[in-house]
Design a protein around this ligand. Structure first.
Ligand code: CU
Length: 183
């Protein structure tokens, strides 16, 4: 929760290191996503819903992070495969593990389970912003799935230090996001 705007220079240096680490890892995007179990029963379908979305007001001009939870009440797994928004030239899917951010091609949404995008962990990045999201606004975000229809949510822009009350694990998220400055 140490959200400093004054440590920008330090953060930039740290960001360069983090980016280098991220780039090093970027080549192995497919790790661990193989769940190729055979589909039984065409009647089983994912039932996707998205809740708790928010965007912390960005401190940078060209990108912003977004968080939300995808739930799947259906009997079949699905995957979040991409995201789009009218305010961003592109929206990318990222995971963060051990403080290292990594772009992902997709995220599994287990049957009867959920997929969480939370501060310090998975997040979407709004890149090539056409305008900077301002606190109090809502931003349309459309999530695309392998099987289910796309879901569009109106995402509220919160204060930069906003964190949902629950177990968000808000530590370490800020330094991680600084690495986006070097994108
Ligand atoms: Cu990221």
């Amino acid at each position: 929760m140490s959200h400093r705007t004054t440590g920008r220079r330090r953060a930039l240096a740290g960001g360069a290191l983090a980016l280098a680490a991220a780039l090093t890892l970027a080549g192995c995007g497919g790790s661990g996503s193989g769940t190729g179990s055979g589909d039984t029963g065409a009647a089983k379908k994912p039932e996707i819903a998205v809740a708790g979305a928010y965007i912390p007001e960005p401190t940078m001009d060209d990108m912003a992070a977004g968080f939300f939870t995808v739930t799947n009440k259906g009997g079949a797994a699905d995957s979040l495969t991409s995201a789009t928004s009218d305010i961003a030239g592109s929206v990318t899917l990222h995971s963060t593990k051990g403080g290292v951010m990594k772009e992902q091609k997709s995220f599994e949404v287990p049957a009867g389970g959920e997929l969480r995008f939370a501060s310090g962990g998975n997040h979407v990045m709004f890149e090539k912003l056409k305008r900077k999201p301002k606190r109090g606004e809502k931003v349309a975000l459309t999530l695309h799935f392998r099987a289910a229809d796309p879901v569009t949510v109106e995402v509220p822009v919160k204060e930069a230090t906003y964190s949902p009350g629950e177990d968000g694990g808000s530590d370490a998220s800020h330094d991680t996001h600084m690495s986006h400055q070097s994108h």
